[in-house]
Structure formats: structure tokens, C-alpha cells
Design a protein around this ligand. Structure first.
Ligand SMILES: C[S@@+](CC[C@H](N)C(=O)[O-])C[C@H]1O[C@@H](n2cnc3c(N)ncnc32)[C@H](O)[C@@H]1O
Length: 286
């Protein structure tokens, strides 16, 4: 793992500043909206699930899809507030879980409850050069940030290829990657509205991660759970409304209303089939 010349260096993703300004709206704000584990991505619902149960089900789905249970070393690319890291070491028997985030406040939040099996790094995956390979990789809700808008389609696909090449490089032979991302089902007439709803970065088209994985990974499964994101957004909005006055006291009325609008508009995208919630699992090729 020492041929550093081959590590990617060029930046095609959303800037750390753009990502930080969004996530660093404040931990206290997100506490009012999200489940107690602070999971900021689409849940996986079974009948009767509340938000918390559906979020745990989602974590377990990815742990299973990546074959991560009882493994020594697992990497979480885009670890948010660390729920996956905790689930891996506390419930799935993982020896050492490493999480990458670009948000300092997320990293501080995770470090507040020290756990010797958990390591969080404020680091872009492009800069993370581990000494040893990982046994499994999960990445949930981060892929959306890996390219910025306006790239030529070929350059965009190359940026995604760089991600799969990176995962290939840091994963053991036969290792698996479980990836969750929002995607456009197709470029549509309502593109300007979607671009406004997802402003920081560009989203992949559904097929782009599969195409970008060609040569490094083979696809095991892909599913579109757009209706699960709609359900998640409805529950986040309910939480926001139940805590509206507290949210306004924290970030002001304008940002609170803007965030509610963002939840609503995203919901329309998922409900109307313009936007998909893709969960892919891949196996590294020999
Ligand atoms: C929507 S949050 C999802 C967090 C978490 N996986 C969850 O489901 O709650 C996206 C996460 O990806 C991280 N992220 C975005 N781009 C990244 C990059 N290039 N390298 C590492 N982390 C990145 C952000 O800092 C944030 O922690």
C-alpha cells in the first residue's frame, strides 16, 4: 500500500466548504430533525417501523450487503455522526471501524464518546491512504458529493471511476462494497428544479455507478427505494414541525423554512419518480 504516486489527487467533488456549510448548520439543529442516532440518509422501512427502527434496518442492510459482520477492519466513507461505526463495532462484531467525514462537527460529535474500536478522520477519501487493506467498505449518502455540477459526462464518469479504483485499491481480494446514493432516474424537463433542490453537487444517473465500477467491481444487487426516502423525508418534516420554535431559535426562521422547503421538494422528486434512492452492492473483481 505504498505506491503513493498512483493515489488520486485531482478534485472533482463538492468543495469541503460546501459540504461543511450544510452539515455544520449545527448538531443541535439536526438533533431536532433526525432519529436519536443522527442518521442523515434514507432509512429502510418494514411494516410497523418507526424512523429509528428503519434507520437501524438500513445500517444492517449495508453491513450484510458488504459482508462486514465479524470482520477485522471496515471503512465507512462519509460516516456522518458515526451511527454505522457504532453499529459495526457494538452489534456486528467488527474489530476496527474507520469513518471518514469532511465535517469537523460530525467528527467532534463521534469523538465525544470515545471507543477504542472506532477511528474517525476528517479526511477526503482521496487523501486516506491506509497502511492495511479493509475487509469491507460501506458508503451511505456520500457519493452525492463526489462530483460538482457542470462536468462533461465523460469527466463525471471518470470521477466515479476514480472512486471505484480507490475502493479496489484499499479493499481485500473478494471484498465487498455497499453503496447508497440518491440518483437521477433520468435527465428531465424539471432539471432546474432538481438542481435547486440538490444544490451542492451533481447526482449520478442510476446507471453511472454501475458503469464506473466496470473493470474493478462486479454488481451483486441494485435496488431503487425512492418510496423509502419519501417516507423518511415525511418523518423528518414531522420532527422539524414538532420542534419548529426550537429550530427557529437555533438557526432563524429563514433557514428553518428553507430547510422545510428542501425536505418537501426532495419528497416531490422521490414521489414523482424523477429521483431514485439507489442501494448497490458490489464485489471486488479478481
Ligand atoms: C448525507 S451525510 C451521510 C452520513 C451518514 N453516512 C449517514 O447515513 O447518516 C454525507 C457524509 O459524507 C461525507 N462526505 C462527503 N464527501 C466526502 C468525501 N469526499 N470524503 C469523505 N467524506 C465525504 C460528509 O462529510 C458526510 O459525513
Amino acid at each position: 500500500m505504498t505506491d503513493t504516486a498512483a493515489w488520486p489527487s485531482e478534485r472533482t467533488g463538492a468543495s469541503p466548504e460546501a459540504i461543511m456549510s450544510h452539515y455544520d448548520m449545527g448538531n443541535d439543529f439536526f438533533r431536532l430533525v433526525l432519529d436519536p442516532e443522527m442518521i442523515y440518509s434514507c432509512a429502510l422501512f418494514a411494516p410497523g417501523d418507526d424512523l429509528s427502527a428503519a434507520q437501524m434496518r438500513k445500517l444492517d442492510h449495508h453491513i450484510e450487503a458488504a459482508g462486514a459482520a465479524n470482520k477485522s477492519r471496515v471503512l465507512d466513507i462519509g460516516c456522518g455522526w458515526g451511527a454505522m461505526l457504532r453499529r459495526l463495532v457494538d452489534h456486528a462484531g467488527v474489530g476496527h471501524a474507520v469513518g471518514l467525514t469532511l465535517s469537523p462537527s460530525q467528527a467532534q460529535w463521534i469523538r465525544k464518546t470515545p471507543n477504542p474500536k472506532i477511528e474517525v478522520r476528517e479526511q477526503d477519501w482521496r487523501d486516506h491512504k491506509p497502511e492495511r487493506r479493509y475487509d469491507a467498505i460501506v458508503s451511505v449518502g456520500a457519493f452525492e458529493h463526489f462530483v460538482h455540477k457542470g462536468l462533461d459526462p465523460r469527466v463525471k464518469l471518470d470521477a466515479y471511476r476514480e472512486f471505484f479504483a480507490y475502493c479496489d485499491k484499499v479493499l481485500v481480494t473478494d471484498g465487498r462494497l455497499s453503496l447508497q446514493t440518491i440518483a437521477y432516474s433520468e435527465r428531465t424537463k424539471v432539471q432546474p428544479l432538481l438542481d435547486k433542490t440538490f444544490p451542492d453537487s451533481d447526482l449520478p444517473l442510476e446507471w453511472e455507478p454501475i458503469a464506473a465500477a466496470e473493470g474493478t467491481f462486479s454488481l451483486i444487487a441494485a435496488r431503487n427505494d425512492a418510496d423509502h426516502y419519501y417516507q423518511t423525508l415525511v418523518l423528518w418534516e414531522q420532527n422539524l414541525l414538532a420542534n419548529y420554535d426550537k429550530a427557529v431559535a437555533l438557526v432563524g426562521k429563514e433557514r428553518t423554512d428553507e430547510f422545510r422547503r428542501y425536505l418537501r421538494l426532495s419528497g416531490i422528486g422521490f414521489r414523482g419518480g424523477m429521483v431514485s434512492l439507489m442501494r448497490y452492492s458490489f464485489r471486488k473483481k479478481y
